[in-house]
Design a protein around this ligand. Structure first.
Ligand code: FUB
Length: 340
């Protein structure tokens, strides 16, 4: 099938016949799965897709989600458990609309849910909610994180216990409006021959609710050390940053958006720079591609989504998982989401 459609378009022409993996959840639509191992179990923090009747456009306004459910799995292949509504937008005082891709973290027995939403002025911010259980329910803080903007937070905790947030997304994710560090509604992407906009990141405070340092823009470079350009749509960052560590290296993976790939780049520090290494996941049915990568009992897994359950509706997705394998040199074996 062809991946060449606009962000707003409904579906690919054809539903692939042989998906690599079945949907994990079939009674609700779910997307953007951020997986973690907490208390020896896999917990999944996805978006909860609904059909809100909002017309499709390139800003992704049709992704008009209003709550989150948390899921858990005792082990891959076991029955998934739905822990119910973990957070509802009506209990987030600052949020206006669009609960997009969340993530979670734990510190000292408190679990933190990080989530993007548009504030009452229509500007994406990142909120935090807390719970004593990884399954929630979560209680939102009254304000978004100070200095936060854009979408798709990912919180990575390093071996030394320091936690870092990676975030951002261009187009509807508004990252191009923050290129100067200040909000500019007319802010545009760079020219094609200029370096692409990078994801933002910063260490978090011990309280996990604020940035502990000024935000940085990550550099993603090619093998020659040259920054990826804005016109390099097959490799440049678009949204859905995820960080994991394998054999001492930091792996930054992300979606290329309008070319529908999950790519990755590696580095020697959580701050980068990151060298582009290749493709983790080829395009899926539906416009968006969004994932997470975790280790569980010695094996590695990719969590991702597609739109098979809805017959290809791009805003009605379903989460999936499959094993992820490395080559001896640390490169990731590219995954094809369909067998035909
Ligand atoms: O689910 C809404 C948005 O679509 C996410 O925040 C993006 O990463 C894309 O998957």
């Amino acid at each position: 099938f062809c991946a060449c459609i606009l962000f707003g378009a409904t579906a690919f022409a054809q539903v692939p016949q042989k998906p690599l993996s079945p949907p994990l959840v079939t009674d609700l639509y779910s997307a953007d799965p951020s997986a973690h191992v907490f208390d020896g179990k896999i917990y999944i923090y996805p978006s909860h897709d609904i059909d809100a009747g909002v017309p499709e456009n390139d800003n992704g306004d049709h992704f008009d989600m209003r709550d989150y459910h948390v899921y858990s799995l005792e082990a891959p292949g076991k029955k998934i458990q739905d822990h119910g509504v973990a957070l509802d937008i009506k209990h987030v005082p600052w949020a206006g609309k669009q609960l997009w891709a969340p993530d979670a973290a734990v510190r000292n027995g408190t679990y933190y849910l990080y989530f993007p939403a548009k504030d009452k002025q229509g500007v994406f911010r990142i909120g935090v909610a807390t719970s004593k259980s990884p399954a929630g329910p979560f209680q939102a803080l009254p304000e978004p994180m100070k200095g936060s903007y854009s979408i798709d937070p990912c919180v990575f905790t390093d071996d030394d216990g320091a936690s870092y947030m990676y975030f951002g997304g261009i187009w509807g994710g508004q990252l191009q409006r923050w290129r100067t560090g200040q909000y500019n509604e007319a802010g545009a992407l760079p020219q094609d021959q200029e370096p692409a906009v990078g994801p933002r990141m910063a260490k978090l405070t011990n309280a996990m609710t604020e940035f502990a340092e000024p935000l940085r823009e990550l550099r993603i470079v090619d093998a020659a050390g040259k920054e990826l350009l804005n016109g390099d749509n097959n490799r440049r960052f678009f949204e859905a940053a995820w960080m994991h560590k394998y054999k001492g290296k930091y792996y930054l993976s992300y979606s290329t958006g309008d070319t529908h790939l999950i790519c990755y780049a590696t580095g020697d520090s959580p701050y980068g720079p990151f060298v582009y290494r290749g493709v983790v996941l080829k395009p899926v049915l539906g416009w968006t591609n969004h994932h997470s990568i975790i280790e569980f009992k010695g094996k590695w897994y990719l969590f991702y989504h597609d739109s098979t359950l809805s017959g290809g509706k791009t805003h009605l997705r379903n989460i999936k998982m499959t094993e992820l394998k490395y080559n001896a040199d640390g490169t990731i074996q590219t995954i094809s989401p369909y067998l035909d």
